[in-house]
Structures are given as C-alpha cells and as structure tokens.
Design a protein around this ligand. Structure first.
Ligand SMILES: *Cc1c(COP(=O)(O)O)cnc(C)c1O
Length: 375
C-alpha cells in the first residue's frame, strides 16, 4: 500500500473562484496568475478550469511553453519580463507579452527588427520599490518604447505594496494615475487583494472602482481559494473555495501518561493521560515545520490540534477531542491537513497563520513526493 498521503485539486472550485474574480472585476479582463506552477497546483492541472480566463500571467518561460503546448492561443504575460536578450526571440516565437521594468529590457528590445512584434506592459514603481520605473523615469521610458520599431502596443502596469493591509492603495493609485495621465494604452493594477478589497463587489466601497480595475486585473491567490490578507475569514467573506486539499491518515497511536513528552526536542508535555495519533505528513511533504502545538488539523471530521514538533514525515495530533466526538480515532482514520473534504473545511490560512506564514507559501511548497489527484 502506498503511503497514505494525497493532495486533491478541485477544478470546480477553481472555476468558482475565477467566476468570483470576474464578478469583482466588473468588465475588466482577467489574467489568471499561474506563476510558481500555478501556486503549487500544477499548470497542466489547473488549465482546464482556468481556460475561461482572458489570459495567463506567469514569469517562467518554461511555463509559458507548457501553456502553448496545451493549446492556449490567447494572451500570456511574463510578469517579470525578459531576463536576457535571448528571451525576446522566445517571446516572438510563442507570442508572449512581457513586462518592461528596467532600462536594460528596453535596450534589448532596441536590437530586435521584426516590426511591432512585442506587446509590452511598462511597469511603474508606485512605491513598493521592487520592480519598475519611478514616476520621474516613466514617461521617458514610455517615449523610448514608442520609438522602437519592434515594439507594438504599450500598456501600463503597477503592483501595489499594501493592497492587503493599511494604508491601502490610495497613494500608489494617485502616483499611477499621474504617471500615465494622457498616455494611450491599456492599464493593469490589481492583484487579488486590490481586486477583492476595491473591486465592484466590495460593499464598503463607495467610489467608482473603474480607475483601479483598469483594463486587466491579475488575481493569483484568490483563484486558489487562499486569502490575500492571510485571514481565513476574508476568504470566506469573499466566498472563495479551497482548491487544494491535503489528506493523509493516522498510521500510529500512542496512549501516554500525564507528564509524557512528545516528539523531537520534547517540546510538548501531556497534562493528562492522552491518546496521541501519528499522521503521515511532515515537512518533506510541504507541511510547515514551524507549525506549533495547537495548529488546527481535522481527524475523522473532528477539529483537533497538532502536538509537539513537526518531523520530516510525521506529525503528532491530539486524538482526545476526536474520541469525545464518538469517532474511532485509530489507525487508518483520515486526517485533513488543509482544504475541504466531505463535510470538513480547514482553511489553508488557518494552518499557515500559527506558523507565521500565508496560505500562498503552503500551497507553493507542496512537495513533489505527494501524489496529486484532480477532481
Ligand atoms: C503574483 C503577482 C500577482 C498575483 O498576486 P496575488 O496576491 O496572488 O493575487 C499579480 N501581479 C503581479 C505582478 C504578481 O507578481
């Protein structure tokens, strides 16, 4: 019997979340962000559910190649643009649109000859200070692109540093609007957080959302049912559905006395006699190693907690609440690490939060050794 761990990707949930993103986007077109192998889900696996998007955004040229091989003929956007001059030939061959965020990328474009072969998104650094031209450099870069024969349409783009938290997007949006003021071209601003917090669905929003929505929105995490804010309650409020579950089983049971120490480093001490279950999941599967005692986990449909340290291939769980609910809590009992299974739901952000991380990191870190099933 294979080790009883399994991840499941739900195409229905992906479709549902894409529809949620679309309704928040008003009439704007939707890039499905599938970078990092579709946030750990697998580009090939999510493609049938996300092909209803208007385009795919990613940053790895191999993933763009995969989408073309799957038959996707629509827009593909390279979010970090080209990494070197040679990538421009790949963009021409695969018809990839690409971000221009640095003068070097403009310099490379100047050497291409095929007329209007490159559709580019010029990126403004609106305050995050990661990628993009400053507001002072922006118009010069735009003008330079206009003069290059190999460049076709130039669109405008920025990325928000604080769409998911305070102080929000106000100042960055102002910088963007003044930088692109009067310039022709499509606009793209929103990640999931901006789309959900400032899009058309948000009841708290009073102003017209069209400025922030622009022509294209770029949701990533929302498509995968994670919360861009890290708070599971937000994912629920936006009616996002988990698209990945991680399911395993109890493979061992220990009945321990009060005072017994559990796991590496003896970090957990039983306060009373306890039934401890050993579940077949560990950090080598992508379960966060820093998950502390108390991290929620579901056994036999009953919410309980992790106890002691996460090891490479196993975690220990408290089976007493499961027994108290009248379940067997024995070898073979199903264990839901995150996601949705039967009547149980455990938000990936609920698991990530006690470890000081986000659902993003957990889904991206799903290990290769975990078998994945698509439903
Ligand atoms: C990753 C990324 C997104 C999507 O972000 P989410 O928070 O997952 O919605 C959008 N735009 C850019 C430029 C990105 O790098």
């Amino acid at each position: 019997m294979p080790r009883p761990i399994q991840a499941t990707i739900s195409l229905d949930s992906l479709r549902h979340n894409l529809a949620r993103a679309r309704s928040a986007a008003g009439g704007a077109r939707v890039w499905a962000v599938v970078k990092a192998n579709a946030y750990g889900h697998g580009v090939e696996r999510v493609f049938p559910a996300l092909r209803g998007a208007d385009g795919f955004a990613l940053l790895d040229l191999a993933e763009a190649e995969t989408l073309r091989a799957l038959g996707w003929g629509g827009p593909i956007l390279l979010l970090e643009g080209c990494f070197g001059l040679e990538d421009l030939a790949t963009c021409e061959r695969l018809n990839l649109w690409h971000v221009v965020h640095d003068p070097a990328q403009i310099h490379w474009l100047a050497s291409r000859r095929k007329p209007r072969a490159h559709r580019v998104f010029l990126k403004l650094n609106s305050g995050m200070n990661r990628l993009g031209f400053t507001p002072e450099q922006y118009r010069v870069a735009w003008q330079r692109l206009q003069e290059l024969p190999a460049v076709g349409a130039v669109s405008h783009m920025t990325h928000f540093a604080t769409a998911d938290c305070e102080p929000g997007i106000g100042e960055a949006l102002e910088r963007f609007e003044s930088a692109v003021d009067g310039l022709p071209g499509e606009r793209s601003l929103c990640n999931s957080a901006a789309l959900l917090r400032y899009g058309v669905q948000e009841p708290a929003r009073r102003e017209d959302p069209s400025a922030v929505l622009g022509d294209w929105v770029r949701p990533g995490i929302a498509l995968y049912g994670g919360s861009p804010t890290g708070a599971h309650a937000d994912a629920q409020r936006w009616e996002l559905r988990p698209t990945m579950n991680l399911l395993t089983r109890i493979i061992g049971v220990q009945q321990v006395e009060a005072g017994a120490l559990v796991g590496y480093g003896a970090t957990f001490r039983a306060e009373r006699p306890m039934r401890i279950g050993v579940a077949a999941v560990g950090y080598a599967d992508g379960y966060p190693r820093h998950a502390p005692t108390g991290t929620p986990i579901v056994v036999d449909g009953v919410r309980t907690r992790l106890v002691g340290r996460v090891s490479m291939d196993m975690v220990m769980v408290d089976l007493d609440p499961v027994r108290a609910a009248g379940r067997a809590a024995d070898i073979g009992s199903p264990v839901l690490c995150w996601g949705r299974h039967l009547d149980s739901e455990l938000g990936i952000d609920e698991v990530a939060e006690p470890s000081g991380t986000l659902g993003y990191e957990l889904m991206c870190a799903l290990a290769r050794r975990v078998p994945v099933q698509v439903v």
